[in-house]
Every structure is written in structure tokens, then in C-alpha cells.
Design a protein around this ligand. Structure first.
Ligand SMILES: C[S@@+](CC[C@H](N)C(=O)[O-])C[C@H]1O[C@@H](n2cnc3c(N)ncnc32)[C@H](O)[C@@H]1O
Length: 155
């Protein structure tokens, strides 16, 4: 299962859903707060023939993701910077070990994403992470441990 936080008009969702389809199936869950963008994204995704691989949740990701309960393999964080850490914390328990979080524009929005990147860089939070030198900076993070495992070790 792939989670795309902020689908806009569906461009990255189309790429993700194509990869999911070509690798044997699965689902891309996308959130988007702007209704007109949701309408256009649905149109674009349907035109690409990928609608069976996409679940669009319209509304504020902080709300629409609260009821979300599927195991997550890959997350794309590409949206309003001040919400990135809150969104990650909501879905964090659902990201599997070996799951990947890809975050766009971490250098472009260095200040806005500071606490978010620091969360991923702190090994205590269960990730190993690296900033890739793509345009704007892409944080590529792999989950290596659940926090509760660390707590159990300490206790
Ligand atoms: C940079 S765009 C995403 C682009 C998309 N990943 C792509 O490449 O096609 C960020 C999107 O996040 C949406 N957004 C902003 N705040 C949001 C929120 N609280 N919940 C859901 N979506 C939100 C915006 O409306 C915008 O369309």
C-alpha cells in the first residue's frame, strides 16, 4: 500500500499507481483538501486507466488519515510543510519495517521542514535516512524499527 499525502491533480499518483499495477497490484491512497483538484485528479487517473489502483480521500489529511488502518509500504510526503510531521506521526504506526518515506523539497523548505527532517534523522524514531541530491532535496527514509521495540528493550 502506498500513501500519497497531497495528490493535487494526480500526477505523482499516476506514477505511483502505474508502479503498483506493474508490480502485481496494490493500492495508492491519496489525500487532497481542495475539491476541484480532487475532481481533476479523478478525471486524470481514470483517463490513465488506473482508477482501480487509487483510493482518493478528500479533505484535511489530518482528519481523513485518522481512520486509516492499512499497512503502509511507501509514503510520499509532498505537501504543505507545516503539516508534514503531524501527518507522519498519524501514519507512523502503520508503516511497516522496511517501509519507505520519500519527502520532497527538504532543502527548498529547510526551515519549514526542520522538525520533520530532525524526526526522521533521530535514530530513536526508528528510521535511517539520507538526503538525496535531487532538485530541491529529497529525503529518503527507511523504517528499521518500531518505537515500541526500542522502549521494550529499555524497559
Ligand atoms: C505540492 S502539491 C502535491 C503534488 C503531487 N504530489 C504531485 O506531484 O502531483 C501539495 C498538495 O497538498 C494539498 N494539501 C495541502 N494541505 C492539505 C491537507 N491538510 N490535507 C490534504 N491535502 C492538502 C494541496 O492542496 C496540494 O494540492
Amino acid at each position: 500500500m502506498v500513501l500519497n499525502r497531497g495528490i493535487s491533480f494526480g500526477i505523482s499518483t499516476i506514477y505511483l499507481a502505474t508502479a503498483v499495477r506493474d508490480n502485481g497490484g496494490g493500492i495508492v491512497v491519496g489525500t487532497e483538501i481542495v475539491h476541484d483538484k480532487v475532481v481533476q485528479a479523478r478525471k486524470n487517473i481514470t483517463e490513465a486507466g488506473l482508477e482501480t489502483y487509487v483510493d482518493i480521500r478528500e479533505g484535511d489529511a489530518l482528519e481523513t488519515l485518522k481512520t486509516f488502518n492499512q499497512t503502509v509500504d511507501l509514503v510520499l510526503i509532498d505537501g504543505w510543510t507545516h503539516l508534514a510531521l503531524d501527518v507522519l506521526k498519524i501514519i507512523n504506526p502503520l508503516i511497516r519495517i522496511g517501509g519507505i518515506v520519500v519527502s520532497d523539497n527538504v532543502n527548498t523548505f529547510k526551515d519549514g521542514l526542520k522538525s520533520y527532517v530532525e524526526f526522521l534523522q533521530n535514530p530513536a524514531n526508528g528510521y535511517r535516512t539520507s538526503t538525496l541530491n535531487f532538485k530541491g532535496g529529497t529525503e529518503f527514509s527507511v523504517k528499521v524499527a518500531f518505537i515500541w521495540l526500542r522502549l521494550r528493550t529499555i524497559l
